[in-house]
Design a protein around this ligand. Structure first.
Ligand code: FAD
Length: 302
């Protein structure tokens, strides 16, 4: 039986593990994908305090190392559901194995939002990507489109324009929503073309991805873009359905909570991007990690 089981090894979950271990609680962190969470998709982080510039992977490695050095256990498992007994003990189910815990911290973050187009899932990893750091090298010398106009889309575009022959940035709005500093870098690059006010209507190609058809949101006019690859950066969506027996979800699927990181269920806490909040960033996820861990420790010591 663990004092605290943390679901998710992003910055929120790892920070929770660090604080909980420093309070001498036994801690297991369960992660189904990548240790470090979403930040591992970011080649360059320039707004995390203490580092003028650091890659997401490097920051993730440092956090994992810190949690492990303090004695946290970290395991690669996907949590399928959580039950709470009448005596208040949690069973965290990971398919073939169950873990028992006195408290649980949900730090499940969010995942990439899809465009919702026919055959989109078929082309993922084979023409459609969400990560220039991971897949950008496959498109060196080729033509790609980045869909989106926020910070993630701009970061992806900068990285891709270093190696690709041509990068289209397709944004549904008439303006970018990302930082001006990133936009200015892209405007200087001759191989980058912004297409505003267009949505992606159709994916082209039969066995292999061949491009997209985009539509002008005002005139309805359609344009065909022949592409080797497409990088989708239109935001994130949470995945919290499997905990709805214990927590309230907002209409967008986030776990309802405030800055205290408490949920409807005693002994169950929430941290990071998976909860209702205004700002979803690494620094705010770390803040939640600390808050939720200290709340769990207070609950255990009560
Ligand atoms: C491309 C990109 C660039 C970004 N750049 C920046 C930046 O420059 N600066 C900044 O501050 N923020 C940036 N962000 C946002 C930042 O990464 C997130 O706000 C932050 O990672 C949220 O942390 P988290 O721990 O709440 O969630 P996440 O990082 O999403 O981590 C949650 C973890 O939980 C795991 N998980 C989910 N469900 C389960 C389950 N059932 N079982 C086991 N594990 C599970 C996931 O696999 C994931 O690893 C960026 C995000 C992206 C996508």
């Amino acid at each position: 039986m663990y004092d605290i089981v943390v679901v998710g090894a992003g910055p929120a979950g790892l920070t929770a593990a660090i604080y909980a271990r420093r309070a001498d609680k036994s801690v297991l962190v369960l992660e189904r994908g990548t240790f470090g969470g979403q930040m591992t998709f970011s080649p360059k982080i320039e707004n995390y305090p203490g580092f003028c510039q650091i890659s997401g992977n490097e920051l993730a490695e440092k956090l994992v190392e810190q949690a492990l050095n303090l004695g946290a256990e970290i395991d690669m498992q996907e949590v399928m559901g959580i039950r709470r007994s009448d005596s208040g003990i949690f069973t965290v189910s990971c398919g073939e194995v169950d873990y028992m815990a006195k408290t649980v911290i949900l730090a499940t973050g969010s995942k990439h939002r899809l465009l919702g187009l026919e055959r989109e899932e078929d082309f993922i990893g084979d023409g459609i990507s969400f990560c220039a750091v991971c897949d950008g090298a496959f498109y060196a010398g080729k033509t790609v489109a980045v869909i989106g106009g926020g910070n993630s889309a701009l970061q992806e575009s900068i990285m891709l324009s270093d190696g690709c022959e041509k990068v289209y940035v397709v944004q549904n709005l008439d303006f970018l929503t990302g930082e001006e500093k990133l936009a200015a870098i892209l405007r200087e690059r001759e191989n980058v073309e912004f297409i505003f006010g267009h949505t992606v209507e159709e994916l082209l190609g039969s066995d292999t991805f061949g491009g997209i058809v985009i539509k002008d949101t005002r005139s309805g006019e359609k344009i065909r873009l022949d592409l080797d690859g497409m990088f989708v950066a239109i935001g994130q969506v949470p995945e919290n359905e499997q905990y709805s027996n214990l927590v309230t979800l907002s209409d967008r699927g986030y776990i309802v909570s405030d800055e205290n990181c408490l949920t409807d269920t005693e002994g169950l806490f929430v941290a990071g991007d998976c909860r209702t909040k205004n700002i979803r960033q690494i620094s705010t996820a770390c803040g939640d990690g600390a808050t939720s861990a200290l709340a769990a420790c207070r609950f255990l010591d009560r």
